[in-house]
Design a protein around this ligand. Structure first.
Ligand code: BES
Ligand code: MN
Ligand code: ZN
Length: 510
């Protein structure tokens, strides 16, 4: 874990491996961003022209390393691109996401180093928090499966930057302290989700996932209840059991609850936790199954968000429901054509065993509804169709309430997570009509993400506000790292869920 400190020291005198400065894209080339004035002065005001000579333009994510000026304690200055400079007649402020991304790219470039001093633009506590959050997220590395030897070979997956010092941030100021603490908590919980997602599926099966929740529950004072396969059978959780029955690693339904004694509202979060999605008997072809350990990203996000709510002491109850199963083909697996009796009592004809997420979520949604929360939000890597629609960086939001969908879209934006509202066209529902059961688990192929959303809607309790986040695109980054987003598990939706919990606690959601 990367440590975070706030400091009002000057960039010259702070003992660090590198001083990070911002360079923005101006109309006539790179311009030095606020926060780096003293550094620029030490280069005789030539920092912008020096980085330009080295090929930098100030574009987002660009990283340029140069020797520090004489007299600096740090040997290196790392100039990071902030993208377009804010327009002159505005407030001259870089938006929080630009700061997060630049800090993240810089922290990533400092992997293996002990300390980075971040001299990026800070006008207030919010800016300092954005820099801290971006740096702590960007510093993330996943080394759990590497041997000593493998890690030392340095294949870009070494130790994270050990310490982030945010300059221009008053360590004893209440607002700065609180904002930095929130940023550190948020980043460590996003990184908790990333760790779970990146863990190999032979290691993180449903039982191991449940054990991880129990451990964190003890540490953070959460109430954890685990239904194992026996309890699931007794309870009639036909959806979760039907998906899990092909695997040697049996399914679990985990409830993890944070409660505040003075809470006025309860938010229920439901996560898809397929620890590996082979497709089942409707087997995925090679090329489509290599990254399917990421199919528990929704459950990881929900788990991390509940722990974050507890660590932040939010005045709201947050209950997480993790529907954990491994989707495997075998002699005991559900066949295409089987009919499952769900926890709600509805029957579902399974026509495609690869549409398994909606089956486990359906049972968890019914169970969550029984406790009559004020709202339910589910998070799932649910459909390839959503990836086709919105790409790899944006999640889709569907809901049974327009205002709630809009609110979550705005909250995600504030949190720094790209999302887009999607409809639930009622005419698509009949495409899931089954000749033998109440409904089928697949329907019209076009608009498949919306069909999946309509399936889930059937299992939400009457009168409960509900939203569904399909994070199949942004959950797992198969290309190169960018900004504060690493390769592999991203922790998508964690920050949105935490902000949603904060807004629910504040009682300002419609
Ligand atoms: N886990 C997949 C969806 C997915 C695709 C997640 C790509 C991440 C990246 C899901 O279980 C699935 O297989 N969905 C099917 C549904 C179809 C059979 C109706 C899909 O999208 O193809
Ligand atoms: Mn699937
Ligand atoms: Zn899946």
């Amino acid at each position: 874990m990367t440590a975070l400190t706030l400091s009002t020291s000057s960039a010259a005198t702070l003992r660090a491996d590198a001083v990070v400065v911002g360079v923005a894209k101006g109309p006539k080339g790179p311009v030095v961003a606020p926060g780096a004035e003293t550094v620029d002065a030490a280069y005789d005001g030539k920092l912008a022209s020096i980085v330009e000579t080295l090929g930098a333009s100030g574009a987002e994510g660009e990283v340029t390393k140069l020797p520090a000026p004489a007299g600096f304690k740090a040997p290196v200055v790392l100039a990071v691109g902030l993208g377009e400079a804010p327009v002159k007649d505005g407030d001259g402020r870089f938006d929080a996401e630009a700061l997060r991304r630049a800090a993240g790219a810089a922290a990533r470039a400092l992997s293996g180093a002990k300390k980075g001093a971040f001299a990026l633009p800070v006008q207030d506590a919010e800016d300092a928090a954005a820099i801290a959050e971006g740096a702590l997220l960007g510093a993330y590395t996943f080394t759990a499966h590497r041997s000593e030897n493998g890690t030392k070979k340095g294949n870009g997956n070494g130790a994270p930057l050990a310490e982030v010092a945010v300059l221009g941030a008053k360590p004893r100021d209440k607002a700065f302290k609180a904002a930095a603490e929130r940023a550190a908590t948020l980043a460590s919980e996003v990184n908790r989700a990333r760790d779970l997602i990146n863990t190999a599926p032979n290691v993180l099966d449903p039982k191991a996932f449940a054990a991880a929740v129990q451990d964190a529950g003890k540490e953070h004072g959460l109430k954890v209840e685990v239904l194992d396969e026996k309890a699931l059978k007794k309870g009639g959780f036909g959806g979760i059991l039907g998906v899990g029955q092909g695997s040697d690693a049996p399914p679990r339904l985990v409830k993890v609850a944070y409660t505040h004694p003075k809470a006025d509202a309860t938010l229920a979060l439901v996560g898809k936790g397929i620890t590996y999605d082979s497709g089942g008997i409707s087997l995925k072809p090679a090329g489509h199954n290599e990254t399917m350990k990421c199919d528990m990203s929704g459950a990881a996000a929900v788990f991390a968000a509940v722990v974050a709510a507890a660590r932040l002491g939010l005045k709201v109850n947050v209950t997480g429901w993790l529907a954990l199963a491994e989707n495997m083909p075998s002699g005991s697996a559900t066949r295409p054509g089987d009919v499952l009796t769900m926890y709600s009592g509805k029957t579902v004809e399974v026509l495609n065993t690869d549409a398994e997420g909606r089956l486990v979520l359906a049972d968890a949604l019914t169970r969550a509804s029984q406790e009559k929360p004020d709202a339910i939000v589910d998070v799932a890597t649910l459909t390839g169709a959503m990836v086709a629609a919105l790409g790899n960086r944006t999640f889709g939001i569907m809901a049974n309430d327009d205002a709630y969908r809009t609110a979550i879209h705005e909250i995600a934006e504030e949190a720094g997570e790209p999302s887009w509202p999607m409809p639930l066209p009622t005419h698509l529902r009949k495409s899931m009509d089954s000749p033998v059961a109440d409904l089928a688990n697949i329907g019209e192929r076009m608009g498949g993400g919306l069909v999946a959303g309509l399936f889930l809607k059937e299992f939400v309790g009457e009168g409960i506000t509900w939203a569904h986040l399909d994070i199949a695109g942004p959950a797992f980054n198969e290309s190169g790292p960018f900004g504060y987003t690493p390769k592999g598990g991203t922790g998508s939706a964690v920050r949105t869920l935490v902000r949603l919990a904060e807004r629910t606690a504040a009682g300002d959601l419609g």
